[in-house]
Design a protein around this ligand. Structure first.
Ligand code: FAD
Ligand code: MG
Ligand code: MG
Ligand code: MG
Ligand code: MG
Length: 561
């Protein structure tokens, strides 16, 4: 026992001594991973085995292929084809799994306070390295009555939606059901028109048109309605405009009721109350009855992430995510102990804050005659008195973008901004002016998207880096490590590569790839996704998915469970 609350401290796992491979790892550094989603699994797949004694802690004992969850919710795919046991994934690195939730991180004691799902019992897990990948939760926007709606985040959610659709369909067929009641049972309301909401609407539409009439009375088809409530004027508004418009056109054609400029006010047991903005700007309160209401209006911060931000509040300034540096290290935690990846995290560039460090580095490396003389004795005062030409500024920016790949975009456009800060038109900027310029660049850095793509890339990056850290601990010389920053000595900062987005809209897919957007067929969706999936999980799931598609092609959707 120990720690501030005198709770039991985990020393050995139950499976350590019956497994020679695991017993050997006992003396290796303890790497603890919080979460079993995209970020965590991306990391575990890229970690060399036998580098660390790995423990994964997560309340969900499976990895979920979320992009295809809407398909599972209507029976196009089997849920189990989208799930992979986390124990299976952990086995590769001879690691351990604990089904529990992390409650708090004690940074100075290097302990994680963990709570058991059912019993609520608590204990500590010690770590040497910690990776936080706890994801996000659904955004409630403070709306009342969410308990009457369904969410789509975990496997159980998809199962519940599927069950509800079947129950409503069966009830709609009973002689005791009135016409009005039947219409309500067959009304689907989707709150939020991001990718999840849009795909759910498309899947429900296809189900009703393709498979329903085979086994249910044809009359039901006329009574089904699908409504999407969206606060903005467009759907899929994180996508390219052509895609958003294509999707809207498609839905109009399919007679899906798009309620744009509408804000949900409250959800009652069988209807949604919302305010719709008219073209003259006035608000009108309306309601729409439902048999199934899906709440998919975006993401909010996970409770553990909230706790971390609170505990490190002197350093953490973002209210929505854990902030890390470019090496994905949590700001405010001891350097190199704690990392955060995926939806729960964001990378802060802080160019203005670190401006003097960057200028110092630039001066040291510069060939400019202005600096060559003073290269070895650069005081803070020297830095405050620098006066950089436009050319030198560009060099400085190039150098900064090497260390901050996420700021590379705005830094590349800095040439247009420079004259604005050169108030006296001298062709040069003083240090204070450079700092102001960097502040503007900081504000132009777009935050990373909350997507599987991003979480997966960060996971891969972390896995590779952590293995590299183990191997380099013996080969690095003291000169390689500047300011005790081992991460920077061995690895480049994380760089996000946007591979495009994709949404499925009624038997066709819209792609939003870097540089161009296009519309393709259903096969393209599955291909694109299964390639992605194959990389992340196992052969088993690939086989299952393939059989699902074959099965659906021949026999239609399985809506009976
Ligand atoms: P997650 O994958 O959510 O994993 C978080 C993990 O942490 C979970 O295992 C959870 O159980 C665990 N956890 C939570 N709290 C704790 C705690 N206190 N202690 C320990 N463990 C904890 N993205 C795309 O790029 N393309 C898509 O097409 C796409 N479609 C989507 C469709 C749906 C229906 C949904 C829900 C999401 C979709 N996403 C898509 C988004 C994508 O799933 C997320 O961005 C991604 O899962 C983020 O990965 P993560 O590792 O950060 O979090
Ligand atoms: Mg994760
Ligand atoms: Mg997920
Ligand atoms: Mg996941
Ligand atoms: Mg995460």
């Amino acid at each position: 026992r120990g720690g501030p609350e005198n709770l039991p401290i985990l020393t050995d796992h139950l499976d350590t001594f019956d497994n020679p491979a695991k017993e050997q790892l006992r003396r290796k550094p303890h790497l603890v991973v919080l979460g079993s989603g995209w970020g965590a699994v991306g990391m575990l797949g890229n970690l060399d085995k036998n580098d660390y004694d790995v423990t994964v802690i997560s309340p969900t004992n499976y990895f979920l292929f979320t992009p295809m969850l809407p398909s599972a919710a209507v029976g196009t795919l089997e849920l189990k084809s989208l799930m992979e046991s986390i124990r299976h994934i952990v086995r590769r690195v001879n690691g351990h799994y604990l089904e529990a939730s992390a409650e708090k991180v004690l940074f100075s004691e290097k302990l994680i306070k963990v709570r058991v799902k059912g019993s609520g019992q608590e204990f500590y897990v010690p770590y040497d390295k910690l990776v936080i990948a706890v994801g996000s939760t659904a955004n409630t926007h403070g709306v009342k009555g969410l308990q009457y709606s369904n969410q789509l985040k975990i496997a159980e959610d998809a199962m519940e939606i599927r069950r509800k659709i079947v129950t409503n369909l069966e009830t709609a067929c009973l002689p005791t059901t009135s016409d009005e009641e039947r219409k309500k049972l067959l009304s689907f309301v989707i709150c939020g028109a991001g990718p999840t909401g849009v795909e759910m609407a498309a899947e429900i539409f296809d189900l009703m048109n393709e498979d329903l009439t085979r086994s249910f009375p044809k009359i039901l088809r006329q009574e089904i309605s699908i409504h999407i409530i969206q606060s903005r004027s467009h759907i899929l508004n994180t996508y390219d405009k052509t895609i958003s418009e294509f999707a809207m056109g498609r839905f109009e054609h399919d007679q899906i009721d798009l309620l744009t400029n509408s804000r949900v006010r409250e959800i009652l047991p069988d209807q949604v109350i919302f305010d719709q903005k008219n073209s003259d700007g006035t608000l009108e309160t309306k309601s729409v009855p439902f048999g199934l209401c899906l709440w998919s209006t975006g993401v909010a911060q996970n409770p553990l992430a909230q706790q971390v931000v609170k505990d490190l509040s002197a350093y953490q300034k973002n209210k929505r995510a854990i902030e890390t540096d470019a090496q994905l290290r949590v700001l405010g935690a001891p350097l190199g102990d704690v990392y955060a990846i995926g939806d729960c995290s964001t990378v802060r560039t802080e160019l203005a804050e670190h401006c003097s460090d960057y200028v110092r580095k630039y001066i040291i490396g510069s060939q400019s005659p202005q600096f060559v003389k003073s290269r070895h004795i650069i005081t803070d005062d020297d830095i405050k008195h620098v006066d950089l030409t436009y050319f030198e500024l560009k060099q400085l920016c190039n150098q900064i973008s090497q260390q901050n790949p996420l700021a590379a975009g705005p830094l590349g456009l800095v040439e247009e901004l420079i004259p604005k800060y050169d108030a006296e038109k001298r062709g040069r900027l003083t240090f204070d002016q450079v700092k102001l310029l960097m502040k503007e660049v900081d504000s132009k850095v777009t935050s990373l998207p909350a997507t599987a793509q991003r979480a997966n890339q960060q996971g891969k990056y972390m896995g590779k880096k952590l293995s590299k850290l183990r191997k380099s601990s013996t080969t690095l010389s003291i000169n390689d490590i500047v300011d005790g920053d081992i991460d920077n000595a061995i690895a480049r900062p994380f760089k996000y590569k946007h591979l495009g987005s994709l949404a499925y809209i009624g038997n066709s897919a819209v792609f939003d790839l870097p540089g161009y957007s296009f519309v393709g067929g259903l096969i393209a969706v599955y291909l694109w996704r299964s390639i992605y999936f194959a990389q992340s999980v196992s052969f088993r799931t690939r086989v299952l998915l393939f059989m699902d598609w074959l099965n659906r092609g021949i026999f239609g959707r399985d809506i009976l469970t």
